[in-house]
Design a protein around this ligand. Structure first.
Ligand SMILES: Cc1ncc(COP(=O)(O)O)c(C=O)c1O
Length: 396
C-alpha cells in the first residue's frame, strides 16, 4: 500500500473520507451521473433565492451580449480589467457608501486580504471560533498572531481585547455575518459598540451567506442593521445567493488602493471573466425586487426550525443549530449522522453530513440549506423520513 492509499484508508475508517460529487442540476433537484439514477432533492446548495434560474433571462439580455467573453485573459493589473468590473464596483459603492474592489472568489478575497492587512502594521486577528477556513488560511499565510474567541461571546471577545490590544498596532475582529455552519447571526451591533471603545480595533465582516438573502433589500446584515459605516471591511461573496461567482471587499478608498498594491490573490491571478461579472451586475441591479423569494425562504426556515425542535423534544441526543435558512440537526457522532444522511438519500433527499474536522468533535450534523424554489411539502417529506430513522434507532 502506498502513502496515498494509507492516508485514504485512515480517513475512510474514521468516517472522514471526502469524495467529489457531480450531478445534472435541475432547479432544486440533482441527478447523479449513474444511468437511471433518480432526481434527488438538494439541501446542499447555497442558491438560497433560487436565482440560478435567472441565467436564461440574463443570456437573452443586451448586458450579456455586450460582455460575451469567457476569460479576461490577464490579471486586472495588466490588461484583464473591463468596464463591467468598474460598473459592478460603482453599483456596490452606491449601495454601501464604501469603495469596492472585486476578487475572484470569497476564498481568494479572504486569503489575499488577511495577508495584506497583516503586512500593513503589527496585527492581531481576533476570530470568532467558527469563521470560515479561508480566513484561517489567509491568517496562517500572513503569519500574524491570532486568537479565537468563543462563538458570538462578546464577553470573551472584550476580555481578549483588554488583555492584548495594547501590544499591537491594530486588532482586527473577524466574524461572519450569518455563520455558514451554525446558521446564526453575529452580534454585530455589540461588536461595533466594542470597536468604539478601543481605538486600534477594526472589524472584518464576511457576508458570504447573508448577501442577497438577508435583509429587506437583500444587502446583508450590516446594511440591515444600518451599521455598515462602523465596519472597516465588508466581504461579499457572489457564489451563494447571488448565484454567480466572485467576491468583493467594501472598505475606505485608501484601503482599496492599498489592496490593489498588496493583495497577492488579486495581483497574481487572471481576473474574473466579463460574462460572470455582468451576471453579478444583472442580479445586483434586480436584488431589491427579489423580496418574494426572501419571504418564501423565511417562511420555509420557520417551518423547518419549528419541526426540528419538535423532533428534539421527542428523541434523545439531538439538538438544532441555526434559526435562518441554514439549519443543522446535530446528531453528535460521525457514524450516526452518516446513517441518517444515507437514510434520507435512500428516499432521494440529499442533506449533507457535516463531520469533524469541518465542525468540532461530537457535533456532527445534517445541514439543511433552504432554497426559495422549495415548498413546505419538500420539508414535510424530509421530516417524515428523519422521524422514521429516529424511531428505528430508538427501537434497535
Ligand atoms: C463564510 C464563507 N466565506 C468565504 C467563502 C468562500 O467563498 P467562495 O466560495 O466564493 O470562494 C465561503 C464558501 O464556502 C464561506 O462559506
Amino acid at each position: 500500500m502506498n502513502k496515498y492509499q494509507q492516508k485514504l484508508l485512515a480517513l475512510e475508517s474514521s468516517g472522514n473520507l471526502r469524495v467529489l460529487n457531480d450531478f445534472v442540476h435541475e432547479g432544486i433537484y440533482l441527478k447523479p451521473l449513474t444511468p437511471n439514477a433518480p432526481y434527488i432533492l438538494n439541501f446542499a446548495s447555497n442558491d438560497y433565492l433560487s436565482l440560478s434560474t435567472q441565467s436564461q433571462a440574463f443570456l437573452n439580455s443586451t448586458l450579456a451580449k455586450e460582455n460575451i467573453r469567457f476569460s479576461s485573459s490577464s490579471s486586472r493589473l495588466l490588461s484583464g480589467g473591463f468596464d463591467i468590473a468598474q460598473k459592478l464596483e460603482a453599483l456596490l459603492e452606491s449601495k454601501f457608501g464604501k469603495s469596492c474592489l472585486l476578487f475572484n472568489s470569497g476564498y481568494s478575497a479572504n486569503i489575499g486580504l488577511m495577508e495584506s492587512l497583516a503586512r500593513l502594521e503589527l496585527t492581531l486577528f481576533l476570530l470568532d471560533e467558527f469563521v470560515h477556513a479561508s480566513i484561517i488560511d489567509g491568517i496562517k499565510l500572513s503569519r500574524a498572531h491570532f486568537r479565537r474567541y468563543k462563538h458570538n461571546n462578546m464577553l470573551d471577545l472584550e476580555t481578549k481585547i483588554q488583555q492584548l490590544a495594547h501590544k499591537y498596532q491594530q486588532v482586527i475582529v473577524v466574524t461572519e455575518a450569518l455563520f455558514s455552519m451554525e446558521g446564526d447571526l453575529a452580534f454585530l451591533l455589540d461588536i461595533v459598540a466594542l470597536k468604539k471603545k478601543y481605538k486600534n480595533v477594526k472589524i472584518y465582516l464576511d457576508e458570504a451567506h447573508s448577501i442577497g438573502a438577508y435583509g429587506n433589500l437583500g444587502l446583508g446584515l450590516a446594511k440591515e442593521l444600518g451599521c455598515e459605516i462602523g465596519i472597516d471591511f465588508i466581504m461579499l461573496a457572489f457564489g451563494k445567493a447571488i448565484a454567480s461567482v466572485g467576491a468583493c471587499i467594501l472598505c475606505e478608498k485608501d484601503a482599496k488602493e492599498y489592496f490593489v498594491n498588496s493583495a497577492r490573490s488579486l495581483i497574481y491571478s487572471t481576473a474574473l471573466p466579463p460574462l460572470n461579472i455582468a451576471f453579478s451586475y444583472f442580479i445586483f441591479q434586480k436584488l431589491a425586487g427579489f423580496s418574494a423569494q426572501r419571504a418564501r425562504l423565511q417562511e420555509l426556515s420557520m417551518y423547518l426550525n419549528k419541526e426540528l425542535h419538535r423532533l428534539c423534544s421527542e428523541f434523545e441526543s439531538l439538538s438544532v443549530r441555526g434559526d435562518m435558512y441554514i439549519v443543522s440537526l446535530i446528531l453528535e457522532s460521525n457514524e450516526r449522522v452518516q446513517n441518517a444522511s444515507t437514510k434520507l438519500l435512500s428516499h432521494n433527499i440529499y442533506a449533507p453530513s457535516i463531520r469533524y474536522p469541518t465542525v468540532p468533535k461530537n457535533t456532527a450534523r445534517l445541514r439543511f440549506s433552504l432554497n426559495a424554489g422549495m415548498d413546505k411539502s419538500h420539508i414535510t417529506q424530509t421530516l417524515e423520513v428523519l422521524e422514521s430513522f429516529l424511531q428505528q434507532e430508538k427501537l434497535s
